[in-house]
Design a protein around this ligand. Structure first.
Ligand SMILES: [Zn+2]
Length: 479
């Protein structure tokens, strides 16, 4: 039996975790020795030294030119973030042809963060290079935002110091991990104080080790007989990563570790079969005319993927055209998905309550007075996905487009998750409204359940990728 995630959409909404990863509670002997020096620093500017700011640019620009990806940005995903507040450079120096190092924003705009290690680890003030302390496995260091400062404190009150940071937390053993927010991560951590007086915790590691914490949460802990789907996912995720290095650089990192970019759960999510899929495709990305592709993917297309311009507007992209998710005469590759078809029923008052808060432009003071008069589908894309939905109420007429439809017609269950897709019909009952639909996600690019289905039928990763992304090549950009 294949285990998989039922919700693998990126950039759209909360997902159901792929597997039951139990948090490994650290055992924390509070008697272990800690060597720290109390330190109080003079205030330094929060932004990085000019040397660092200038050093990484030429190599990144050169890299982008070589990959030829300096052109089209990725389509807007509707997950706009607050204005950039941080000037720490996102990527470290990158040399073309070499494995990139990536910075992942794990915790962003926090008042405090607790960090510990699975083995001995060292806490360093990056600005001065001073070692603040060396600690034993499991000892928790607390970092608190204090204006432009970071208040660093060692276990047991052994030391406390104010720093402008960034503060680095580095494992001393080769396989040592740092633990933050109940998950373990490879590489090192950096705690940065940003201009809003909050902390950002950044995990710094190489892209191949990063992918080990991305592929299982994105497509599930698949077994050996589905490894080709894991390889396809690894290449799609690697392509997204390489094409988007520096995407969040104004925030001091490259990518979020969430659905806003790619879900990343670090060492705690790793899975041996996925590790092998990543290793066997090392350095490989999907390209179109020599440029990394915009490797969009979503959970379940329910028979046909969507052309990007039909979902998000803008210009067509040759490799993001709608494809039939089957080969001649076969069943749909994703027909085994638990959300291949679905049904949602709202009673009228429940839907009115949802729309009263979720409909764009609603006045919150009038939420209690929402009366739904009509709801109708005005247009569909060539694959049958709803493009325009008209809602008439006592507040007037609102026309919702593509992405807005899913976030307005939320499901009447706990947490009010978004509607799974825009591929649906509406039926009207005496006192309720029913949506009968199929699929999960925007439907653009690779269908993840389809990829799993293809792997089960013996297709190889390159066949899977070239089925969903027509006309692409696979290139190794580093060894
Ligand atoms: Zn599909």
């Amino acid at each position: 039996m294949v285990r998989f995630s039922t919700s693998t959409m990126r950039n759209i909404e909360n997902r159901i975790p792929a597997g039951a990863e139990l948090d490994r509670a650290a055992t924390m002997p509070d008697h272990a020795p800690v060597r720290v020096r109390s330190a109080r620093r003079t205030r330094r500017p929060v932004h990085a030294p000019a040397l660092i700011r200038t050093a990484w640019w030429p190599s990144l620009v050169l890299f982008l030119l070589i990959l030829g990806c300096a052109g089209r940005p990725l389509p807007s995903d509707g997950t706009a973030r607050p204005a950039p507040t941080e000037t720490v450079p996102a990527t470290g120096a990158f040399k073309p042809g070499q494995l990139p190092v990536i910075r992942i924003g794990l915790l962003v705009n926090r008042d405090s963060a607790n960090l510990t290690g699975t083995g001995r680890f060292r806490v360093v003030d990056r600005a001065s290079g001073e070692v603040i302390g060396t600690s034993s496995s499991g000892q928790i260091w607390k970092m608190q935002a204090k204006g432009a400062w970071i208040d660093v404190s060692a276990p047991g009150g052994a030391a406390q110091g104010l720093y402008t940071g960034p503060i680095q937390v580095n494992p001393l053993a080769r396989e040592g991990r740092i633990k933050a927010a109940d998950r373990e991560y490879r590489g090192s951590m950096e705690v940065v104080s940003n201009k809003t007086g909050k902390l950002t915790v950044v995990n710094i590691l190489d892209v191949e080790n990063y992918l080990r914490g991305v592929v299982p949460p994105e497509i599930g802990k698949l077994k050996e007989d589905r490894i080709e789907a894991l390889k396809a996912q690894a290449i799609a995720a690697r392509t997204y990563t390489v094409a988007n290095l520096g995407r969040r650089k104004a925030l001091g990192f490259d990518l979020y570790g969430t659905v806003a970019d790619q879900v990343y759960h670090g060492y705690s999510a790793e899975w041996p079969v996925a590790d092998r899929a990543i290793a066997e495709t090392r350095g490989m990305i999907a390209t179109y005319e020599g440029k990394p592709i915009a490797a969009q993917y979503s959970s379940t297309c329910a028979g046909e993927t969507e052309s990007i311009e039909d979902a998000w507007g803008g210009n067509p992209i040759p490799y993001l055209r709608s494809v039939q998710d089957r080969h001649r005469g076969s069943d749909d590759f994703c027909n085994h998905s638990p959300v291949y078809t679905w049904r949602v029923e709202w009673n009228k008052s429940t839907l009115e309550n949802i729309l009263a808060t979720r409909l764009p432009g609603m006045d919150p003071r009038k939420r209690g007075e929402f009366s739904l008069r009509d709801i109708s589908i005005k247009s569909r894309s060539p694959t049958g996905r709803v493009q325009q939905l008209e809602i008439k109420s006592n507040h007037g007429t609102t026309t919702l487009r593509s992405g807005q439809i899913r976030s307005a017609l939320r499901r009447p269950v706990r947490g009010q998750p978004m509607l799974r897709s825009t591929k649906f019909d509406l039926k009207f009952r005496q006192n309720s409204i029913v949506a009968e639909g199929g699929g999960y996600g925007h439907g653009i690019g690779m269908c993840q359940f389809g990829a799993i289905g293809m792997a089960g039928q013996g297709y190889k990763y390159d066949q899977i990728l070239k089925h969903y992304y027509r006309g692409i090549d696979l290139d190794r950009v580093y060894n």
